[in-house]
Ligand binder design. Structure first.
Ligand SMILES: [Zn+2]
Length: 220
């Protein structure tokens, strides 16, 4: 894994017509700034990466990300983030769901048949508020599937001993409790790998954001 590329997850790559990516630290880019400024600097790079890796033609959907547990149902791309949402859920093909993180966990929840998916921002607070079981519940309602039909992936996030709360373990526990059987977590800590990831905690709040994406691909 080299910086400026992306990570993907075998469990999601195995699902037909689903594209899930995680873009880490942009090498050489100074993002030591407050969030708005850091985002302004990093966005052109994210656009280029989406283009380079085949997602450039799809409209994107983003969430305001307020560390809550609300999801927004995405039916079309939009330049403005979904207000009050920390999760995006869709069964529409050809829209790239985007969640930004720096220590909080990106969580992908995808129907094994590729018919729908959700992308969630779940840090300490969102996890305590149960955004992951809420996302699972909404995905099941939307698709008539059951939790057993879903694949869940927990992406890189901060973990003990770098952080006092093991919210990734809690996400796993919550998801398992809903009946999701296929849960994957590579157990990677963002604060332990400054060359690969931004870490809000390690960099004292002055840092960039990683980009997690989920796209249901249209029939080509
Ligand atoms: Zn660590």
């Amino acid at each position: 894994m080299t910086p400026n590329q992306f990570e993907s997850f075998a469990a999601l790559d195995a699902i037909p017509r689903v594209d899930a990516k995680f873009f880490g630290r942009i090498p050489g880019l100074n993002v030591s700034a407050e969030k708005a400024e850091a985002m302004q600097r990093i966005e052109p790079y994210h656009s280029k990466l989406l283009e380079r890796y085949g997602l450039g033609t799809f409209p994107t959907a983003t969430a305001e990300q307020v560390h809550g547990n609300k999801l927004s149902h995405v039916t079309s791309g939009s330049t403005s983030p979904s207000v009050g949402a920390d999760g995006l859920i869709t069964d529409c093909k050809g829209i790239t769901l985007c969640i930004y993180v720096a220590d909080c966990a990106p969580v992908w929840v995808v129907a094994r048949d590729g018919s729908a998916g959700a992308l969630l921002h779940s840090g300490k607070k969102g996890t305590a508020l149960g955004i992951v079981p809420e996302g699972i519940r909404q995905l099941c309602t939307m698709t008539d599937l059951i939790p057993r039909d879903l694949v869940l992936v927990i992406g890189p996030c901060i973990r003990p001993p770098c952080y006092e709360t093991d919210f990734a373990a809690e996400i796993w526990r919550q998801a398992s409790e809903t009946g999701v059987k296929e849960i994957h977590d590579q157990m990677i800590c963002t604060a332990c790998h400054p060359e690969l990831y931004y870490s809000y905690r390690r960099e004292l709040g002055l840092t960039g954001r990683m980009l997690a994406t989920l796209t249901l691909l249209p029939e080509s």
